[in-house]
Ligand binder design. Structure first.
Ligand code: 16G
Ligand code: ZN
Length: 533
């Protein structure tokens, strides 16, 4: 039976604003923080039900709006293996969030309990955390009321990054099993990553210090802790660490700023020396973009595609080096936003698949390879080792000392990489390992391939829902006739490519175009936008 009395009493404290509609999208619920009180309460209840449904396994709840402006906030659920919430439950989340009254909410809960066959006598366990946004504490209090209403035993992981929360979920649920992921604490995470990193770079020449733009967000705290664990193995110089300065979060800094504006954060202009490498985290430290200035002071960006190229090629080499080239297939997963030059570079070396935008699509496609490397151009990504591959790496008998070394590196990579979700800090260490092994500076890494000039524009339309796509969002099937017009335009540009898709996080349509020159890419993007409008 649902605890009706507690639910009613607490739900009445968190009424749904009458005029708003909430949607659990690609990034969970995300909107203006000041409007999210009822959503948080209801997500607290839903997380409890999700845990009960999964026999009391621990569910994660992360309160963050990532790279969005500071007044925004958001919340998303993490399933027991540290992955995004199962898609069918996204619908339940939306239904519950939009019930107009307490009674309607309780009715929707009863329906869910019945339809999903949830045994309410099971225990409910949740671990939750938030980023540094000022709206966070009040929203977490609403979430906690939700836990209380349904009887969740909840663990507060306080202020930490999204990837740490995902790590915690997996660590808690694998504790005491043969698949134990690591100690279930932030320290356990730091220890796991830093010790794998130290093993990988042992005996190598330490690289020059790395400048880290922390987006004035929660990544600043995590990076500072990680830096202590790393000691002399990698020196981090942290910038944009003002987590309590109002308005500073993601403002003219961070991975999203760098990727979208294709510029160095102004705060680093006087700091970054030519040739020195730097990277930007986003507001919850699950995206990573590198960059450097060349001798002429020109800005060069190394985005998620460049990271994928660097990392995938390195892993393929190690797999071959370990004598497992025939047995372990390495593949890459990208989205339509991947630069055409990166796709070409990768496809010449290994299998590449293209999927729709959104981490869940990439993650699931990557699981189909023995080792699946997935990165979005925006810097979100990771590497997944299938359970069989991990087992093979741990038990394979190398026949030469060189094979044994390569095998050891692969095993350490399985520990260095946060396999639950894209993780800026883990990915940063991964990139640093490859740069050390290859003796690459940013310049050599950048020259693996040359990005085709590209342009991304947003178009505000009356109704973005009329835009429907196919072929991993590369083609429109609706509105009728539009795709043919885009095709005709694209044909006029050398190496031209363009696509249109509705955003999953904003009320806009996005247009992407690339071509051989900056002017051509811009021209194509604006002409396609003209067709959409
Ligand atoms: C979110 C997604 C990201 C995706 C972006 C697309 C996560 C952790 N992040 O930021 O994967 O690229 O949304 O936004 O899920 P769009 O649909 O508005 O283009
Ligand atoms: Zn993020």
């Amino acid at each position: 039976e649902l605890p009706l009395e507690a639910l009613r009493k607490l739900s009445d404290l968190h009424p749904k604003p009458a005029n708003l509609h909430f949607q659990y999208g690609t990034a969970g619920f995300r909107t203006l923080g000041s409007t999210m009180d009822s959503v948080m309460f209801r997500v607290g209840v839903l997380a409890g039900l999700r845990s009960k449904k999964l026999d009391g396994k621990t569910i994660g709840v992360m309160v963050t709006a990532s790279h969005n402006p500071e007044p925004d906030n958001g919340v998303k659920l993490v399933d027991p293996r540290g992955e995004m919430l199962e898609a069918s439950w996204e619908v339940h989340a939306t239904t519950l969030a939009n019930a107009p009254t307490t009674e309607a909410f309780i009715e929707a809960l009863s329906t869910l309990v019945k339809n999903a066959k949830i045994d309410l006598s099971k225990p409910a366990r949740v671990v939750y955390a938030r980023d540094t946004r000022p709206s966070g504490p009040a929203l977490v209090a609403a979430l906690e009321d939700g836990f209380k209403a349904i009887g969740v035993s909840a663990r507060n992981a306080e202020v930490t990054t999204t990837p740490v929360l995902h790590y915690l979920v997996k660590a808690i649920n694998t504790k005491g099993t043969k698949d134990e992921y690591g100690e279930d604490s932030e320290e356990g995470y730091m220890e796991k990553l830093s010790s794998a990193f130290k093993k990988l770079v042992a005996g190598k020449v330490s690289p020059p210090p790395l400048i880290v733009d922390c987006a004035n967000g929660v990544g600043a705290r995590a990076a500072a802790k990680l830096s202590d664990y790393l000691g002399d193995s990698l020196k981090l110089i942290l910038h944009n660490t003002a987590t309590t300065t109002p308005g500073a979060l993601n403002n003219a800094c961070g991975a999203d700023f760098v990727k979208t504006s294709q510029k160095i954060p102004p705060s680093l202009v006087s700091i970054l020396k030519p040739g020195q490498r730097a990277c930007s985290l986003d507001g919850d430290a699950d995206r990573l973009i590198y960059f450097y200035l060349d001798d002429r002071g020109l800005f060069h960006m190394l985005d998620g595609d460049k990271i994928a190229a660097l990392v995938a090629a390195f892993i393929v080499e190690l797999v071959k080096g370990a004598g497992l080239g025939e047995e372990i297939q390495v593949g890459v997963v990208q989205t339509a936003y991947a630069n055409g030059a990166s796709t070409k570079y990768l496809a010449d070396r290994l299998p590449v698949t293209c999927v729709s935008t959104g981490v869940k699509h990439l993650h699931h496609a990557a699981e189909r390879y023995d080792i699946g490397v997935y990165f979005e151009a925006n810097g979100h990504g990771t590497v997944l080792f299938s359970p069989e591959t991990t087992e093979k790496l741990n038990t394979h008998q190398p026949s030469t000392p060189a094979q044994s070394t390569a095998l050891g590196h692969l095993v350490n990579l399985t520990r260095l990489i946060n396999q639950t979700v894209g993780d800026a800090l883990s990915d940063m260490l991964l990139v640093e390992v490859v740069l050390v092994y290859k003796s690459y500076s940013g310049i050599e890494w950048d020259s693996l391939y040359h990005d085709l000039p590209n342009r991304l524009v947003k178009v505000v339309v009356p109704d973005r829902n009329i835009f429907k796509t196919e072929d991993a969002e590369r083609r429109l099937i609706s509105p009728p006739g539009l795709q043919q017009k885009i095709d005709e335009l694209v044909r006029r540009y050398e190496f031209g490519r363009a696509f249109v898709r509705p955003s999953g996080t904003e009320d806009v349509v996005r247009v992407y175009a690339e071509a051989t020159s900056r002017a051509q890419a811009d021209d194509l993007a604006y002409r396609v936008a003209g067709l959409v409008y």
